[in-house]
Every structure is written in C-alpha cells, then in structure tokens.
Ligand binder design. Structure first.
Ligand SMILES: [Zn+2]
Length: 75
C-alpha cells in the first residue's frame, strides 16, 4: 500500500517537456505554448522542493488536446 508521500513522489517525478510546453527562462518551469500558463509549480514537500504538475488554462478548459473533442464530454 502506498503512502501519501509515495504518491506525491510519483506525481512530482520529473517528466520530459511535452511538445506543447516550453521552459520559462525566468523560473525554469514549463509553460504551455498556447496559453502561456505554468504547467508546473514549485512546492516544498517533506522538506524538499518539488515540481508539481498543474493544469494550464487550456487544460482547465478541457482543451488540452489542441483539437476539438467530440461534444460528449461535459465536465
Ligand atoms: Zn495551455
């Protein structure tokens, strides 16, 4: 059984940049190429700094694929 910490560790595992992301030169954090919102945030967890994935604006709007999804998805 996984501990909460293990789950968070997995979440925070470094991932390569996605094709629609770029690194913000100021913060070094990935941002979305389309909406320019951060895709990662820095959080201190268990005494260590980690990058946690977050949804950028277009992902929050359900538009992460870049193309129009079929309309069946409501929420
Ligand atoms: Zn975006």
């Amino acid at each position: 059984m996984k501990t909460l910490q293990q789950c968070l560790e997995e979440l925070a595992t470094e991932r390569p940049l996605q094709p629609d992301e770029y690194l913000d030169p100021k913060t070094g954090l990935p941002r979305c190429k389309r909406c320019h919102s951060p895709r990662r945030i820095r959080k201190s967890l268990f005494g260590r700094e980690r990058l946690l994935p977050i949804a950028c604006k277009c992902q929050q709007n359900g538009d992460s694929s870049g193309k129009k999804n079929t309309k069946k998805q409501e929420k």
